[in-house]
Design a protein around this ligand. Structure first.
Ligand code: AKB
Length: 317
């Protein structure tokens, strides 16, 4: 029986992935952990403990005690926050991954999941339909740490035959938990502000097109990749995954179809140059071929659900 450890279970991905994993593997077999307290549905539906991924001694005790067979490492400092504290972000992002990879090798963990990002690409990468294998010269701390992480994942996979699986997530859009410190966060905040105030001041320019994905696609994709037949996986660094590509202007137009008075203004900040270094759209044909990945949500479908759920959450009808 699988025993799964989720690190970063209170975060944007973790808070939804933990519940999805519990549906597949059983509530008591998915151990949620984070350095901060988790949402009540995580704590009520199965085991939750405060745990710091940087504390390698406690981590190894935890893994042995609960006979963990799979680890999902979701804790990370995202792009915007990483530019504010570069060395701390590098330390947290790299040390957490190396702690897990080495622990997995030592203890004999069956599978590890680690999220990479479109931030691994840089200004010299082809921007449209960015291929799986291409020029990668990231110029952000977050991107550099994700690219280095991908190299470490492939290294551990080749050298120690560890089964590590990874996705280069685009910007993730969800209503359950706030996004935290990323460049694509505008696409989450805009829905909250549209519902709360009918206005949004965007920190990116109107035509900044970026690859994005609705959270249900990301969660399904993650579980599908983790369940795929290992012999079919040709990529041991991280898979390109594509959902929807849009810019702030296009997203605002979509919101206006439902909230006609919605107003957007633009005040680009330091995150504009991060976004300018990233692709506009992603070629995910390798993921489609290897494990039959296919996204489901387009801009219209995602926006309708986001507005409906954000209204419910804020108590508005
Ligand atoms: C960020 O904006 O930093 C993240 C990402 C694209 O990895 N959402």
């Amino acid at each position: 029986m699988e025993k799964i450890l989720v690190i970063g279970a209170a975060g944007q991905i973790g808070s939804e992935l933990t519940l999805a994993l519990r549906k597949v593997y059983g509530d008591q077999n998915v151990f949620a952990t984070d350095i901060k307290d988790a949402q009540s549905d995580i704590k009520k539906s199965g085991p939750f403990q405060l745990l710091d991924v940087m504390d390698d001694k406690r981590l190894i005790h935890f893994v042995i005690r609960y006979k963990i067979t799979q680890i999902y490492l979701l804790a990370a400092v995202l792009s915007g926050n990483a530019e504010r504290l570069p060395l701390q972000a590098w330390d947290i992002n790299m040390r957490s991954l190396l702690n897990i990879l080495d622990l997995a090798r030592e203890v004999g963990i069956k599978k590890v999941f680690w999220p990479s990002s479109i931030a691994v690409f840089g200004l010299t990468t082809p921007k449209v339909d960015t291929p799986q294998l291409t020029i990668m010269e990231p110029n952000t701390v977050y991107g550099i740490s994700k690219l280095a992480g991908e190299r470490w994942c492939e290294y551990y996979s080749n050298k120690y035959k560890l089964d590590i699986r990874s996705i280069r997530y685009p910007g993730l859009i969800s209503y359950k938990t706030e996004a935290g410190g990323g460049t694509t966060d505008y696409a989450v905040e805009i829905f909250e502000e549209a519902v709360e105030t009918g206005k949004y001041e965007c920190f990116l320019k109107p035509d900044t097109k970026l690859p994005m994905m609705f959270m249900p696609d990301a969660i399904r994709g993650t579980i599908e990749l983790m369940e795929a037949d290992s012999s079919k996986l040709s990529i041991r660094s991280s898979y390109n995954l594509s959902g929807i590509s849009f810019d702030p202007k296009g997203l605002a137009e979509e919101i206006k179809k439902i909230i006609p008075d919605f107003e957007i203004t633009y005040k680009p900040d330091f995150r504009q140059s991060i976004a300018d270094s990233w692709p506009q759209s992603i070629d995910d044909s390798v993921a489609r071929k290897d494990w039959n990945w296919k996204h489901e949500y387009d801009l219209e479908k995602m926006s309708k659900i986001m507005l409906r759920e954000t209204k419910k959450k804020s108590g508005k009808k």
